[in-house]
Design a protein around this ligand. Structure first.
Ligand SMILES: Nc1ncnc2c1ncn2[C@@H]1O[C@H](COP(=O)(O)OP(=O)(O)OP(=O)(O)O)[C@@H](O)[C@H]1O
Ligand SMILES: [Mg+2]
Length: 495
């Protein structure tokens, strides 16, 4: 018997105006952990949708355990053991852990009556199998991101998964949670289950995957070579076709004018007694683990949660920020962490998502919007951030995940705020674009903007910030000049 589980050969797929996959090949063996990497928009998610039957390829062949398909349907893919865990995990928030894990199995068996006892038993068995403890009766909405993911993995396992595909599974996880996920993946592998793992965090790939497939611009450049034969710069080279060098931030405006000063700022259940100053030309990092209060701090400055006590000064004057509008009016921009749900009008065009924030600046007589000027704003930023699309008038959902992220960034850059707060500015962004985005941020600072970066990506912080504040349990526990900070020192503070 062959040890190949899945073979996709010469797959082509086009969308209106975009040849997304060009003769792509992918072969995965049983029990193999494969990473699938490549730049934003290179076709990873499209390929996954094809091997799980969601999209039909224009041409090409898919073979699962020797069975050939030219038109694979989602249920055929599932019956053959292909399970995809999407980023939203497709969890039902109102249902319990047990139901989320095991409901589907009953549906498949076409049972007329719901046997609650059986559901609980099966769900418990799946959890035991992964050696994790979760309360079966807890509602899924109350779970952490990591636990939701475990529920999704359990659900895949009890549906007899033979290949589990995870599209960017670690984006929203803490370091500790990533470690436990990687352990689970190793365990799946030992049981002969294959895994395809999509990520932009190349360090993780090194730890857990056996082999690598690299797509560039819709074509396969590497398929199935050993991960251990690569290092990060070799990955980057194959992904982008060029060498990526990240030069450190050279601050050009030193001791710039004060833009933001907060004094003893507190938010109930969020953070406490935070004092921080950010000047024009500064890039200040605010770091800490999830739950450290770093995101709440940003959200408070952006008016999402007004502070419970303390003072905020903007350009030297005390201000009260009670709403998002207050914050925007003062000159603050915020690029949220969860850009896809917090930041975009998903049914609108790419361009209008970018210019939505500057509508008031482009009014003609009688208050009519100057559509031409607005479209130019859209086009300018699509170009500036290299957003991959044939036409900025296309609807935003035609963009790949990473390119949607850039649109949110563009929306705020177009407003030209005095203080820009970026929460995880390069989460989900490929290595080449990451360095482009870093370049843009530095340029903004060197042109006089004050910037706050919220991140736990240590190299990102050290290379781009002149100052880093570390938060723990809602308080700032240290503030450092990055030039005087070693990577290990910062890492140990975050541990
Ligand atoms: N439904 C669609 N309609 C039109 N174009 C699409 C559609 N889905 C994807 N595309 C295009 O196909 C290309 C590949 O997109 P895909 O989502 O597969 O990229 P990806 O490798 O997953 O990128 P990312 O790392 O950003 O998630 C992109 O140019 C994208 O704009
Ligand atoms: Mg994708």
């Amino acid at each position: 018997m062959s040890d190949v589980f899945l073979r996709a050969a010469n797959i082509n797929k086009s969308f209106a105006g975009v040849h997304a996959l060009k003769g792509v090949n992918l072969t995965v063996k049983k029990g193999e952990v494969r990473c699938l990497i490549g730049e934003n928009g290179c076709g990873k998610s499209t390929l996954i949708k094809i091997i799980s039957g969601v999209y039909t390829p224009d041409s090409g062949e898919i073979e699962i355990e020797g069975h050939k398909y030219s038109k694979l349907t989602p249920s055929e893919a599932m019956n053959r053991g292909i399970q995809v865990i999407y980023q939203d995990f497709s969890i039902f928030p109102n249902l319990s852990v047990a139901n989320n894990i095991a409901m589907n199995t009953l549906r498949v068996e076409k049972k007329k009556f719901v046997n609650w006892k059986l559901i609980r038993e099966r769900a418990q068995r799946a959890l035991d199998h992964l050696d994790v403890k979760l309360d079966l009766d807890e509602k899924a909405e109350a779970l952490s991101v990591a636990d939701k993911q475990i529920v999704a993995i359990c659900r895949a396992i009890i549906q007899d998964a033979k290949l589990i595909i995870m599209d960017e599974p670690t984006t929203a996880l803490t370091k500790k949670e990533v470690t436990s996920l990687l352990k689970i993946i190793t365990q799946l592998k030992q049981e002969g289950i294959s895994v395809i793992f999509v990520t932009h965090k190349l360090e993780e790939v090194m730890d857990v995957t056996d082999t690598v497939t690299i797509l560039r611009n819709g074509s396969t450049v590497i398929d199935g070579e050993k991960t251990s034969d690569f290092d990060i710069s070799k990955f980057a080279y194959y992904m982008t076709g060029r060498e990526i060098k990240d030069e450190p931030f050279v601050q050009q405006i030193k001791n710039g004018k004060e833009v933001l000063r907060v004094e003893h700022l507190s938010l109930k259940d969020g953070f406490e007694d935070v004092s921080l100053t950010v000047n024009s030309g500064d890039i200040v990092g605010v770091t800490g683990l999830l739950g450290s209060g770093r995101t709440e701090f940003a959200q408070c400055l952006f008016g999402q949660y007004p502070p419970t006590s303390g003072k905020i000064f903007f350009e030297g004057k005390e201000v009260k920020i009670k709403s998002v509008q207050d914050s925007i009016d003062i000159g603050i921009g915020y690029v949220p962490e969860d850009r896809l749900t917090e930041g975009l009008f998903i049914k609108k065009s790419i361009a209008s998502n970018i210019y939505v924030g500057v509508l008031d600046k482009y009014k003609k007589n009688l208050g009519i919007s100057d559509i031409r000027a607005l479209k130019e704003v859209g086009e300018k930023w699509v170009k500036e951030l290299a957003i991959k699309t044939p036409d900025p008038e296309n609807i935003i959902s035609t963009l790949s995940g990473g390119n949607q992220q850039r649109v949110v960034l563009a929306k705020w850059l177009a407003r030209n705020p005095k203080l820009l707060i970026l929460n995880g500015p390069t989460v989900g962004v490929d290595i080449g674009s990451k360095s482009e985005i870093h370049k843009i941020i530095r340029q903004l600072a060197n042109n006089g903007m004050a910037v706050i970066i919220i991140s736990d990506d240590i190299p990102e912080l050290l290379a781009n910030c002149n100052k880093v504040a570390v938060m723990k349990m809602g308080r700032i526990v240290g503030e450092f000049d990055t030039k005087e900070l070693a990577p290990d020192q910062l890492a140990s503070m975050l541990a």
